[in-house]
Design a protein around this ligand. Structure first.
Ligand code: DGL
Length: 281
């Protein structure tokens, strides 16, 4: 059994492109449709009701495009909205939190794991719960960071301002009297775009993990088990869309996928009335 239809991925903005990159590497025959809700990024400081509603609108857009599986390539949406999203459609949905937690639990030796993520993700408690499911003796310190996503959305990936913001974000986890972590989990899909700066800031003694490749592997399993993988002769087609500024989105996408990125679509999402997404759960 095989299925030629595309896989849909969405995020509040450009962050999920880091997940898309891993999916394209791991599953080179699969076609994809990516949606970035850049107009409304960041999702992290928003209420749970807003995150659920916006995520539902992104989901509906991908379902309408007849995707065969959906990756919620946003930790904030996956932490807060996944149960609601799964009630909205029968299309298989995969989040990034469980795969990220699995990767971090597998990587740590001491069991002391630091997580940096958005406010909404930290508030949800999704990462500590998922990591402890994998490794019951883990000690997880989750720290909300507010400054990093706006920098990534603005196309700033290095330089003094980024270094200062990263140092401030990591300070509670790296303090001399802090939790002495051996693993840092990037619990927001935007953060791997700051990977160089983050790697320099933590130094060689701490493993830096993100959800992207673990999510791509989990997706491969879903496609296989459900019998919906692309056939061996498929030539993949990749579509990128944003609700925000096309040129800015294109610049970040080129950084990850090269100059072939030229035709980013402008997407207008039909808006629900406030609370509609929550009410449907
Ligand atoms: N990239 C998203 C995440 O993984 C969302 C960041 C945001 O919009 O605040 O959490």
């Amino acid at each position: 059994m095989s299925d030629r239809r595309p896989i849909g991925l969405f995020d509040s903005g450009v962050g999920g492109l880091t997940v898309l990159q891993s999916v394209r590497r791991r599953l080179p025959r699969e076609s994809t449709i990516y949606l970035g809700d850049n107009e409304r990024a960041p999702y992290g400081p928003r209420t749970d009701a807003e995150v659920i509603r916006y995520s539902g609108e992104c989901l509906d857009q991908l379902v309408e495009r007849d995707v065969k599986a959906i990756v919620v390539a946003c930790n904030t949406s996956a932490s807060v909205a996944l149960p609601w999203l799964r009630r909205r459609t029968e299309v298989p949905i995969l989040g990034v939190v469980r795969p990220g937690a699995f990767a971090a639990a597998a990587a740590t030796r001491s069991g002391r794991i630091g997580v940096i993520a958005t406010q909404a993700t930290v508030r949800s408690g999704a990462y500590p719960a998922a990591i402890v499911d994998e490794r019951p003796d883990a000690q997880v310190t989750a720290h909300p960071t507010t400054a990093l996503v706006p920098l990534v959305e603005a196309g700033q990936h290095q330089g003094p301002e980024v270094e200062a913001a990263v140092a401030e974000a990591l300070a509670p986890l790296l303090a001399a009297d802090g939790p002495a972590i051996d693993t840092l989990l990037l619990g927001c899909t935007h953060y791997p775009l700051l990977g160089e700066v983050i790697g320099r800031a933590v130094g060689p003694g701490i493993a830096v993990i993100d959800s992207a490749s673990a999510t791509a592997s989990a997706l491969a399993v879903v496609l296989e088990v459900d019998g919906i993988a692309a056939p061996p002769d498929q030539v993949p087609v990749h579509e990128l869309g944003t609700t925000g500024d096309v040129a800015a989105f294109e610049r970040t996408a080129r950084r990850l996928f090269g100059d072939a990125v030229t035709d980013v679509r402008q997407v207008r999402l039909p808006r629900e009335t406030v609370g509609a997404g929550v009410g449907r759960a």
